[in-house]
Design a protein around this ligand. Structure first.
Ligand SMILES: [Zn+2]
Length: 259
């Protein structure tokens, strides 16, 4: 079910929104589970795949406080689940809306297990396995935390650096474009990235990482300048609708344009 993208690092891809789940194998059959998603059937298949390989989650990470990155099931066990402190605060503020989104988009989950994340202290997940460093920023969602595995060079970006989705800005934040640029800059500076796992889309290797960052910056530049956009990712109706919202936002807030 899941592809091994680096030694001991596996990525499963769900049909819905091309959503990825990342599994990092650790010591003694333990694993770190990042963003398990997305439907009830997907999580059941994930749990079965894990047990078939003798893996059991001993820690979990939610990259950001959006419903499709906060899911869990009983079969995944009772590992501690972490997110950044800002993400945990956003979950608390937004819980009713998040639960509404789960019920509408992927009904049937045990909601008592939904979004039960606790704030990570520090910038590294303390677990018995490969080092997992957190790079936190506020692009796309408050307290968005990418996970970098320095041993294998894998960067799990959450909803950034996608080949199928345009940059989706957090339009409720104080300065969405600036926040997004700062997040991209932070990720671009992570040293020795060899494999990138976006939350939605396909795994990238080597130069493709920086090509995606450049494509995201070009998108932001064009939206802020009011230029026509020629972006291959602008295909589905929902992405076009998000693009229209982002374009309308810059028209309402021209003082936020650069220069
Ligand atoms: Zn998201």
């Amino acid at each position: 079910m899941a592809a091994e993208v680096a030694p001991g690092v596996y990525v499963a891809t769900a049909g819905m929104y091309t959503t990825t789940t990342t599994v990092v194998a650790g010591d003694d059959g333990g694993c770190l589970l990042i963003d398990p998603a997305v439907t009830v059937a997907d999580l059941a298949a994930l749990a079965a795949w894990l047990s078939g390989r003798g893996l059991r989650p001993v820690a979990a990470w939610s990259t950001h406080p959006h419903w499709d990155h906060l899911l869990w099931s009983n079969a995944l066990g009772a590992a501690p689940r972490y997110a950044t402190a800002r993400a945990v605060a956003a979950v608390a503020r937004d819980e009713a809306r998040l639960i509404g989104a789960v019920e509408e988009e992927a009904p049937g989950h045990d909601l008592s297990l939904f979004a039960r994340v606790e704030p990570l202290i520090g910038h590294e997940i303390d677990w018995p396995g490969p080092r997992a460093l957190i790079y936190a920023h506020d692009a796309h969602a408050p307290g968005h935390g990418a996970v970098f595995l320095p041993d294998s060079g894998v960067l799990v970006t959450g909803d950034m650096c996608s080949d199928v989705e345009i940059p989706l800005l957090d339009l409720e934040s104080a300065d969405p474009f600036r926040g997004y640029r700062e997040g991209l800059a932070l990720l671009a500076d992570v040293p020795c990235v060899r494999v990138v796992v976006p939350g939605h889309g396909h795994v990238a290797r080597d130069h493709e990482f920086h090509r995606r960052i450049a494509a995201d910056l070009a998108y932001l530049d064009a939206v802020q300048a009011g230029d026509d956009i020629d972006d291959a990712r602008l295909t589905g109706a929902w992405l076009r609708a998000e693009h229209a919202r982002q374009t309308a936002f810059t028209r309402r807030a021209p003082e936020r344009r650069p220069g």
